[in-house]
Structures are given as structure tokens and as C-alpha cells.
Design a protein around this ligand. Structure first.
Ligand code: 5AD
Ligand code: SF4
Length: 463
């Protein structure tokens, strides 16, 4: 799952939920991946039915929820910092309820409640429906915990409240959990077993978004290529068929997805992308390492050769597709030669974009139990810096190659730098800024790229 780098996602006050009957105020902060953003939308929806409207102002809140991420240690440390701050708020307002939800709630459970006395309520990713009961328990003077993982829960019937969305693009969860068990990864422990959501409820949710003028959906799952849903007539729908049915049922909406898994991403998915104009031409295909030996230790289930074969397939079937990735530097036993293999793969693929991380040992994972975290910190840092520097060169090259070309752009809003400019994203997921003319958020326009900075393309609308 692509990680949005532990960014705090703020409520867009324009879209604040003004639930007119609500008497209670919820302040919610979200860390981690897109899946967590979508989960917060589900939580807001559940609580909107239970007398809560959202607020952007901590001081106004009756309930503070922090939706957490455990993927790396630094994510958890930052969240602990925020919790300490919220406790100070509670000193000022003793009735304030503080809840920790999401992956970190699942991972450290009672520890937060008992040893650290930081929170009143702890809810794991599969237990959000229980929030109203848990809140009642807290109001009755108890601490409340539900971290049960489920094999079935997909929140299929809940329409997420898009409180933090831009009004144009929204996340739609198609599956939950992960069965891959990569040796470094905490996700299977925090989000439980893989399960796919009923296609009918996915189509219903996309339909609601279309009715509300949304123009783009991102289908979310930890490993979307494993989507598998048995319909009432016994037919089994795989991810390629799901993409096809979403794209064909709603031809006027753009469809994205995240995250693909190299071992499972097949040509059928690529061919479906190529044959549907409204399926965006961008694939996030985490490589993690370029070394087959390290990939084995990571239990990724593919070799460098296999990965590069998948990249060749993307380039052959969808020549105008952008490719992004995730890379971990300094995994257990990584040598200089392994690291060089990673740099080599980066060059061979020519990634348009990458999320790059230092390995962070997570308690109880296979790697933590079986391997020593033996690459010294300074070497991890140096290797990561080399990876980042190379990616800068590759991104620069990719951006330069787009100058002079025309892309269809979905307008997402006004540029932060100038009120006379708009910005949006191309099908390939590049951000492009251009003078607004008479266009507005939500319009699809053709933009010719004229120049670029390191992260942004700059262009003009061509009619
Ligand atoms: N240490 C560092 N990075 C990690 N990721 C997952 N687990 C770890 C870890 N223990 C990275 C992977 C994954 C992304 C979401 O986070 O690259 O694809
Ligand atoms: Fe998302 Fe949880 Fe993984 Fe963080 S640990 S990236 S919140 S699934």
C-alpha cells in the first residue's frame, strides 16, 4: 500500500460535516496510508449517525480520534507526541474523550491504555462499528477497547463521509487486510486477513460519488491484484474484471487503483487498463529491493528478473504508463552489492516517482524474530541518500521527457502559488499547473506541458 509519508491529513473546512442535529464535536487526525484516510471517512460516517459533527478546532472537540500508522517506528513516535499534546487539552477539559484507532491501536492495544494512561478508547481497524458502544462505555466511566480483527468486515454498507476530500477525487476500498506476510511488514498483524468487498457495494459507492459530482475514484487495497469476489451466480470476479466493470459502468469517471503486487500483477490487468481510456495510466509497483537475495529474505515471492519482466509487460502493453515504486534501504544483511542491484533496477525501470525508506524493525514480524537488524544506521542513511539522489535524476528526466506533450488533466483546484492558476493531475498522476482561463475544479482539459520544476509540470490549456 503506498504510504503518504506520515502526513497529517487535515479536514477541509469547506467540507466540514455540519450535522445540524449533532450536539457533539469530533476532531479526527489521520496518519499513514490512503486506506487510513478512507477508514477515517468511514469512522466519520458511523459517528455522524451517533450525534457527532466534525470540527477542525481541537479546542471545540468533545472527542479526539487519532487514526494511526505502525509501519515504521518514526510514525509511532510522532503519534505519541501528538497524544501527549492532546492530554494537555484534557487537563483543560476533563470530559474530553481521547481515542486511538487504526494500526497502532491494534499493535500496542492495552499498553497504551494501562501502562501509559494516554487514552480512553482504543479501536482496531476492523472494529469501527463498535465505536458508539465504546463511547457509551467511556461515558459510563470505563476505559474501552475493541481490537478484534475480522475475516469478513469490509464496511461494505457504510457510505464514507468525504470530509477531507477535494470534491473531485475519492478513495473506494475494495478489499481489506493482507495475506502476503512480507518479513519486514507489520500490516498483516494490524489489519488482519485479506478479504474482498462485494462488487455490488463497490459499484453502489462509485455511483453515489458520481451523483455527488466526483470525477475520479481510487480503488484501494493492500494488494489489489488479489481481489476475488464470488457472485451470487457462482462467477468469480478478479481484479481485471472489477476494473472493467467499474470503468464501463461509469465511463465518465476516472479510475485509479493502489497498490499492485509484482508477483500477482498479470497481463489481464494491463490489457484492461490499455483498452479503457478512463482507467488511469499509472501503476504503483513496489519493488522494495533490487537484489534477489534480499527479496528472498523479505519473503516477497519474486526475483529481480520476475520484477523486470513485469515492468517490460507494462511498457509493452501500456507504453504511456507512469511507474512508481517503494524502496527500503538497509534491510537485514544488505551488502553494498545488494544495494547496487537496487540502484541498477531503478535505472533500468526509470521510475517516474518513488517513496523511499530506511528499514525500520517492527516487533514480532518474521524479520524481527529471525534476522538481526545489522546494517548500521549511518550506512542505511548513506544508501538511502544515494537512492534519493538517483530518483531525483530519474524524476527530472521523466519530467523533461513530458515537455511538449499534451495530457488530459482533471482539475483539482486553484494553485497555492497563484490565484490565476489551476492545478490538476494527468492520467499518469503527474501534477500540472496552468493558467485558469475560464475553467474550474472538476473540468477535464487538455494541457500542453511547457516546462517543469523538480516536482511539477507547468503548461497551458490547449483547446
Ligand atoms: N521499514 C521500512 N519501510 C517499510 N515499509 C513497510 N514496512 C517497512 C519497514 N518495516 C515500506 C514499504 C511499503 C511501504 C508502504 O512502506 O516500502 O511498500
Ligand atoms: Fe496503512 Fe496501517 Fe500500513 Fe500504516 S501500518 S501504512 S496505516 S496499513
Amino acid at each position: 500500500m503506498s504510504d503518504i509519508n506520515i502526513k497529517k491529513i487535515k479536514t477541509d473546512s469547506d467540507l466540514e460535516i455540519k450535522n445540524s442535529n449533532a450536539t457533539q464535536k469530533l476532531y479526527i487526525e489521520t496518519y499513514g496510508c490512503q486506506m487510513n484516510v478512507n477508514d477515517s471517512e468511514i469512522v466519520v460516517s458511523i459517528l455522524a449517525e451517533n450525534n457527532y459533527a466534525t470540527t477542525d478546532d481541537i479546542k471545540e472537540a468533545d472527542l479526539i480520534l487519532i487514526n494511526t500508522c505502525s509501519i515504521r517506528d518514526n510514525a509511532e513516535q510522532r503519534i505519541r507526541g501528538r497524544l501527549t499534546l492532546f492530554r494537555q487539552e484534557k487537563k483543560r477539559k476533563p470530559d474530553l474523550i481521547i481515542g486511538i484507532i487504526g494500526c497502532m491501536a491494534e499493535r500496542i492495544k492495552e499498553k497504551l491504555l494501562e501502562q501509559e494512561k494516554l487514552v480512553d478508547i482504543i479501536v482496531g481497524p476492523d472494529a469501527y462499528r463498535d465505536l458508539p458502544n465504546l463511547l457509551q462505555q467511556v461515558e459510563d466511566g470505563q476505559k474501552a477497547v475493541n481490537v478484534l480483527l475480522s475475516r469478513e468486515e469490509t464496511y461494505a454498507d457504510i457510505s464514507p463521509v468525504r470530509y477531507a476530500a477535494n470534491g473531485v477525487s475519492a478513495f473506494v476500498s475494495i478489499m481489506r487486510g493482507c495475506d502476503n506476510m512480507c518479513s519486514y511488514c507489520v500490516v498483516p498483524f494490524t489489519r488482519g486477513r485479506e478479504r474482498s468487498r462485494d462488487v455490488k457495494s463497490i459499484l453502489r459507492e462509485v455511483g453515489e460519488l458520481v451523483d455527488n459530482n466526483f470525477k475520479e475514484v481510487t480503488l484501494l487495497g493492500q494488494n489489489v491484484d488479489k481481489y476475488k469476489f464470488e457472485q451470487e451466480n457462482g462467477a468469480v470476479l478478479n481484479f481485471a474484471s472489477l476494473l472493467k466493470v467499474v470503468a464501463e459502468t461509469y465511463p465518465n469517471i476516472r479510475v485509479r487503483f493502489s497498490t499492485s503486487y509484482p508477483q500477482d500483477m498479470n497481463d489481464e490487468v494491463l490489457e484492461t487498463m490499455a483498452s479503457h481510456k478512463n482507467i488511469c495510466k499509472h501503476i504503483h509497483l513496489p519493488v522494495q529491493s533490487g537484489s534477489t537475495r534480499i527479496l528472498d529474505l523479505m519473503k516477497r515471492g519474486y526475483s529481480q528478473e520476475w520484477y523486470l519482466n513485469r515492468i517490460d509487460a507494462i511498457k509493452r502493453i501500456i507504453p504511456d504508463c507512469d511507474i512508481s515504486t517503494d524502496i527500503i534501504s538497509g534491510f537485514c544483511t544488505e551488502t553494498e552489492d545488494d544495494h547496487k542491484e537496487t540502484l541498477k533496477v531503478m535505472e533500468t525501470v526509470g521510475y517516474d516517482f518513488a517513496f523511499m525508506f530506511k528499514y525500520s524493525e517492527r516487533p514480532n514480524t518474521f524479520a524481527a524474530r529471525k534476522f538481526e537488524d545489522d546494517v548500521p544506521e549511518d550506512i542505511k542513511t548513506r544508501r538511502l541518500n544515494e537512492i534519493i539522489a538517483l530518483q531525483q535524476v530519474l524524476s527530472e528526466k521523466a519530467n523533461a521527457s513530458k515537455v511538449g506533450k499534451v495530457f488530459e488533466v482533471l482539475i483539482e483546484g486553484t494553485s497555492k502559488k497563484s490565484p490565476n492558476d489551476l492545478f490538476g493531475r494527468s492520467s499518469q498522476n503527474n501534477t500540472i499547473v496552468f493558467p485558469k482561463k475560464t475553467y474550474k475544479k472538476g473540468d477535464l482539459v487538455n494541457v500542453k506541458v511547457l516546462k517543469h520544476t523538480s516536482a511539477t509540470l507547468i503548461g497551458e490549456i490547449v483547446d
